[in-house]
Design a protein around this ligand. Structure first.
Ligand code: TZP
Ligand code: MG
Length: 214
């Protein structure tokens, strides 16, 4: 069902902006720091937030991201992604099915699908996803996906099997991100190591510099 060319992701770092993991700090300054550091893909992940609060935050994030030339993706919620005019939505295996989300989102907006094995990755590609998330690559305390750590070898297998952009996720930090790119991920999704950082912009800069050494 793939009827369009795959679009490359705009950044090797996919920052997951989850305000509940920011050690009590207010959300907007953290997002500004991500953007100041040079992030060009941000996913808003606000699982515990009421829909209305999430919408307000998504609208604010959309303005900040738009001004910075950053793609904003909303986790889980097609309705909020559309209402906030985000660039796309990210869906897990238990969220709305891809074909339903595509009908609602249209062709131009981006849909990313979380995958944990080869069959899911292929299915997402066949179904017309714009990118796949794949993980958990390493052990992570942030989310119990029900899957063991997939490892770099499995990431390489997925890289061989699909041509869609791959966003690796799960336990990725400044210390191991280079291995993830090396194994074929187009982008690395990071929550804890970014949201928990004392100096968020500095953390982003250091990570991006690992991709393009001076
Ligand atoms: N999906 C698979 S692992 C994960 C999600 C949302 C959590 C990743 O968080 P962290 O803190 O970067 O390991
Ligand atoms: Mg989800």
């Amino acid at each position: 069902m793939r009827n369009k060319k795959t679009r490359p992701l705009p950044s090797p770092l996919y920052a997951i902006f989850d305000p509940s993991r920011a050690r009590g700090r207010p959300p907007s300054p953290i997002l500004r720091q991500l953007l100041d550091g040079g992030v060009r893909i941000v996913q808003l992940r606000a699982k515990e937030m009421a829909a209305r609060d999430c919408l307000n935050l998504a609208r604010e994030a959309r303005e900040l991201c738009h001004a910075a030339g950053c793609l904003l993706i909303v986790n889980d919620r097609v309705d909020i992604a559309l209402a906030a005019r985000a660039g796309g939505v990210h869906l897990g295996q238990e969220d709305l099915p891809l074909y339903v989300a595509r009908k609602l989102m249209g062709k131009e907006r981006i849909i990313g699908i979380s995958t944990h094995d080869l069959a899911q990755a292929r299915e997402a590609e066949q179904g017309g996803a714009d990118y796949i998330g794949f993980g958990p690559i390493f052990g992570t305390a942030t989310k119990d996906t029900g899957y063991s750590a997939r490892g770099l070898a499995m990431l390489k297998e997925i890289r061989q099997a699909v041509s869609l952009p791959i966003v690796a996720i799960g336990g990725i930090t400044e210390a191991n991100v280079a291995q993830v790119w090396q194994a074929g991920a187009d982008s690395a999704a990071i929550i804890s190591d970014l949201m928990g950082a004392e100096d968020v912009a500095g953390k982003v800069r250091r990570i991006l510099n690992l991709r393009r050494p001076v």
